[in-house]
Design a protein around this ligand. Sequence first.
Ligand code: ZN
Length: 191
Amino acid sequence: MRLRFRYVRDRSAIAHIWDYIKGRQDHALCGHGYEDPVELQTGERPRRVCRACQALMSQAEAVLWRKAAEEAIASKRKSGREYTSLSAEYEALWSEYEVYAVDYESLRTDYEDLYNQYEELRVDYDRLERKHETLRVHAENQRRMLAILQGKRAAKSPRDKSRKPISSPKTAVYAKAVDGSGGIGYDAKEA
Ligand SMILES: [Zn+2]
């Protein structure tokens, strides 16, 4: 902080100091009312300066400096609090992140385990499917073979069975007819 003050001299012999504290245009720092004031250049110290103004100047400066220092301290405290608050927030976020990271790691491991299980099952399933296919083909072949065998047997047996029914009724009819006509026996005719 840099205080800028100017000496003001009016008709009186001694110079006063511009009221830079309260910013008054018509009164000096000490409260002296100007009469046609003449402003002097900054830094050019007149030979005679109002003692009251000088006393107030050092007093006012002390007040201003103290105020500035307090503001600086308050500002520092505020930034300190902001820093503390921010770092606490950061710490909280970091802890949260760590929890998530652990969860994520755990989930990732679970996922990998499940995936490995799935892979094993898939390999097993593929193997079973191949086995099933082999068995299916085998069963199909067996069925076909069985059908062929059954066909062969069916083709053989009907001839054996059909011979008797065909011949027997004829014989029977014949025998009956012969019997019906009377006299001649079935066995005798057949023999
Ligand atoms: Zn004065």
